[in-house]
Design a protein around this ligand. Structure first.
Ligand code: FAD
Length: 516
């Protein structure tokens, strides 16, 4: 008897899941145990490591996965918490007397690869145990294969990515890369094994309780981005499959950072990032849906197109695997050293809580806190403001806040984009291109300025302010502040720094760091 322990990590889905497909169809597997493990510290000890939106999203994704497994395959998900290695060893030895195969999807993060290496050694102690890893499901490219190839050079641009794609994928007669088809949901199930009794598992209701206890103030919240494969497939249909014109004309730099005009929470882009980073949606599925749309007529191309966005995603995955100390500002050859100011709690807190006195920045940060998401150009603006633009704080502080709060939080992408925006990496935008935190209608941040509904929604103190002053309310005459019912300095903060002065000083400091 062989038991396949299916370790769900990033592919929280039934479709395009190679490990699941293998376990369901392989003759050598007699029964299956699908598991998910919260790493030590993620939900025990208070659970604040994952912000409310992240943990809630994960809980909903697991619930949806469990119900999909039950409905389609008659098996259910078991959830654990603790040190990966310890939990897995207990599960595997608890199964006792059987042959056990631990199956999982490849993951490029160093701390997880380290845990895997240690596990592989441990699994080697018995002929009854083995591990099997499936390489390229979370990305289009097989990361290890590309990074290990003789001619691999770290990519810094879309041109480099086109070169890598051409080398690793065939191109079909329509001119598209052959990235492979997403796998269907398997239908030939195996029974669930119940021989894992030595480890306590968590019920979904335990997760709900932990979240309520950790975030009591959020108990009435409904999530704008609910987790799960069901939601992912619905958003894919609504935003991509059924919107060919949107897909074919998609140019990322033209999308509006202040969201849809009729809903200040709904992205002008696809809003699929959280579903991709958790693996509720397969990247291959999104790629192929866009391709189907492109076949219907003329369409935009990388870097601006949706395929281009996915190629940026691949680029950061490759870099995160090939740049040492990717998540650090020390010993990272993709990060120049900058003499940032010491951690300034007051400034960081004002930034994080959306009380800098700059309404566009504050609206973006409050949106992040409330929904766990922010438009890409909003992310540009707030990260530039925190680092080389105004506050001169180390990018790693902002990265940490994003990591905790983003529903799409992704180690490879979050670090890569912070490096990009802080101006410190070879692939960064020019350091002297600093965003104005008080954008006007011509700003490349693409802000809706006529009605300014986005600011009114997220910064309700300014709800009655005239649009003319709403992006820089401290410049409004006192009479206007009075009639709008919001006195700047009392009801809404004065700017924490002078934006023009800080910009000027920081440009000089950044130039000096580069020259050094
Ligand atoms: C400072 C900063 C931090 C970021 N942190 C993250 C993060 O932790 N996780 C994350 O998924 N994205 C991150 N991004 C990238 C980008 O902002 C989001 O992927 C995008 O806004 C998600 O919205 P969407 O799904 O509507 O994107 P769309 O424009 O619809 O793009 C489709 C998909 O392409 C991928 N993509 C798009 N832009 C990028 C990009 N610049 N880099 C890598 N992949 C991209 C995403 O998977 C996205 O879902 C960050 C950007 C910045 C500037």
């Amino acid at each position: 008897m062989t038991v396949a322990v299916l370790w769900f990590r990033k592919s929280l889905r039934l479709h395009d899941n190679e490990a699941l497909t293998w376990a369901c169809s392989s003759d050598e597997v007699d029964s299956i145990l699908p598991i998910y493990i919260f790493d030590e510290g993620e939900i025990d000890g208070g659970g604040e490591a994952l912000g409310f939106n992240r943990i809630k999203f994960t809980e909903q994704a697991l619930k949806d996965l469990d119900s999909g497994l039950r409905k389609e395959l008659g098996i259910c998900l078991k959830i654990f918490s603790g040190d990966y290695q310890e939990v897995l060893k207990k599960i595997v030895t608890g199964i006792g007397g059987e042959r056990v195969c631990l199956a999982y999807e490849y993951c490029s993060e160093p701390r997880i690869r380290d845990a895997e290496d240690a596990l592989k050694d441990w699994f080697g102690i018995s002929e009854s145990f083995r591990t099997i890893s499936f390489p390229a499901r979370h990305t289009l490219l097989d990361i290890e294969e590309v990074v290990g190839s003789k001619d691999y050079k770290k990519p810094n641009s879309m041109k480099d990515m086109e070169r890598i794609f051409r080398r690793h994928f065939d191109v079909n007669s329509m001119g598209f890369y052959e990235v492979g088809d997403p796998l269907p949901v398997p239908n030939n199930s195996k029974p669930l094994t119940d021989a894992y009794s030595s480890v306590n598992c968590l019920e979904i209701s335990d997760l709900e309780r932990i979240i309520m206890e950790t975030y009591p103030e959020r108990s009435d919240n409904t999530q704008y981005f609910p987790g799960g494969e069901t939601e992912a497939l619905e958003r894919l249909r609504n935003k991509v499959t059924d919107r060919r014109q949107f897909v074919n004309e998609f140019r990322k730099p033209n999308t509006i950072s202040t969201n849809s005009e009729d809903d200040p929470r709904e992205p002008s882009t696809t809003g699929l990032s959280a579903y991709l980073s958790s693996g509720c949606l397969s990247i291959r599925m999104l790629w192929r849906e866009c391709e189907s749309s492109y076949l219907s007529g003329s369409h935009t191309k990388p870097p601006e197109s949706l395929h281009g966005q996915m190629m940026f995603r691949e680029m950061f995955y490759l870099l995160s695997r090939s740049v040492e100390n990717w998540d650090s500002d020390v010993g990272n050859d993709s990060c120049i050293e900058v003499a940032w100011d010491d951690f300034d709690r007051e400034k960081i807190m004002a930034w994080e809580t959306g009380s800098t006195g700059y309404p566009y920045i504050d609206a973006m940060m409050r949106q992040l806190d409330e929904t766990g998401w922010m438009h890409h150009l909003g992310r540009h603006a707030v990260s530039c403001f925190l680092t080389r633009g105004q506050l001169w704080q180390n990018w790693t502080h902002g990265r940490d806040v994003f990591e905790r709060k983003l529903v799409d939080s992704d180690w490879a992408l979050n670090n890569g984009n912070w490096l990009w925006l802080a101006g410190v990496a070879p692939f960064s935008m020019p350091y002297y291109r600093i965003y104005n935190p008080c954008p006007d209608s011509k700003s490349s941040l693409n802000v809706e300025t006529v009605n300014a509904e986005f600011i009114r929604y997220w910064v309700p103190e300014l709800r009655s302010f005239p649009s003319k002053y709403i992006f820089e309310p401290h410049l409004a005459p006192i009479s206007i502040q009075k009639s709008a019912g919001c006195m700047i300095g009392d009801d809404y903060p004065l700017p924490i720094v002078d934006r023009k002065q800080s910009r000027k000083e920081n440009l000089i400091r950044f130039k000096a760091s580069r020259e050094k």
